[in-house]
Design a protein around this ligand. Structure first.
Ligand code: SF4
Ligand code: SF4
Ligand code: FES
Length: 254
């Protein structure tokens, strides 16, 4: 569809979590440098369909507007991406917007990603330092590990890797590649290392790294190019070694 005065959109809508989704089309006056979020804001100001029929404003989420928070993640023309950094001029029209598929829809393009945050808690994906004690400077990280840590710290819990991973489905409890990446991050952190065995135990259990099927689609889908496959390989090796050591210790009556 080409019309240099307008932007055409087709949006998959859903009024409530349990209601059936439906499609609605919209037309927004063209402006240079619009991105998907700014076009959705235009629809919110004047919620009428392409045919001029008044409708409810489209719901979606966004916070940072600079591809850092992950809240605006959705499908744009079939590709999982961040709406805030997707420029209209790079999109084929009509632009088709759909919510993420691996998370429950709350309304329209807004989904509930709380399972990802709960899994981060399960995997102890932080450095637990409570209180303010003067314990002197913490241990220093080597420059090599620092490079790794920086790469992995750019995860924004957007869920693109979850959408791409075939192991994330209703029959599996796999927590997902981003959790494995964060376990690797906090296990190489000099202070985070204190809980490394606890994290490896989580990774050995239900939903842990052993449920990764090695389809390798997660890294391609990550907008931040996180080295997920390397993290999965590293954590896999750690869980295997930990299993062997436990078995050996049990064999020695410990
Ligand atoms: S390697 Fe494949 S199965 Fe494992 S987390 Fe990545 S996409 Fe999922
Ligand atoms: S690993 Fe990449 S794709 Fe997965 S949640 Fe983090 S930033 Fe998003
Ligand atoms: S609004 Fe934060 S990533 Fe798009």
């Amino acid at each position: 569809m080409t019309d240099f005065d307008n932007i055409f959109l087709k949006i998959r809508r859903q009024d409530e979590p349990d209601l059936r989704p439906y499609w609605q089309e919209f037309k927004v006056p063209y402006k240079k440098k619009h991105n998907i979020v700014s076009v959705l804001m235009e629809i919110q100001k004047n919620p009428v369909t392409k045919d001029g029929i008044p409708t409810s404003p489209v719901s979606w989420e966004c916070n940072c507007m600079e591809e850092v928070c992950g809240a605006c993640t959705m499908y744009v023309n079939g590709k999982i991406t961040q709406a805030c950094s997707t420029l209209i001029d790079h999109c084929k029209q009509p632009i088709v917007l759909e919510p993420m598929k691996k998370f429950p829809v709350i309304r329209d393009l807004m989904v509930d990603r709380s399972s990802m945050f709960n899994d981060l808690k399960k995997a102890i994906a932080w450095v637990p330092i409570d209180g303010t004690y003067d314990m002197g400077p913490g241990p220093r990280m080597s420059p090599k590990n620092h490079l790794w840590a920086y790469e992995l710290s750019r995860c924004m819990t957007c869920g693109c890797c979850m959408e791409a991973c075939p192991q994330i489905n209703s029959r599996s409890s796999f927590m997902g590649p981003h959790i494995v990446g964060q376990v690797r991050l906090f296990n190489i952190h000099e202070s985070g290392k204190m809980q490394s065995e606890d994290r490896i135990e989580v990774m050995k259990g239900p939903g842990g790294v052993t449920e990764c099927g090695n389809a390798q689609l997660c890294q391609q889908a990550c907008p931040k190019d996180l080295p997920l496959l390397n993290a999965i390989g590293q954590i896999n090796r750690k869980t295997t070694w930990s299993g062997i050591l436990n078995w050996f210790n049990r064999g020695n009556g410990e």
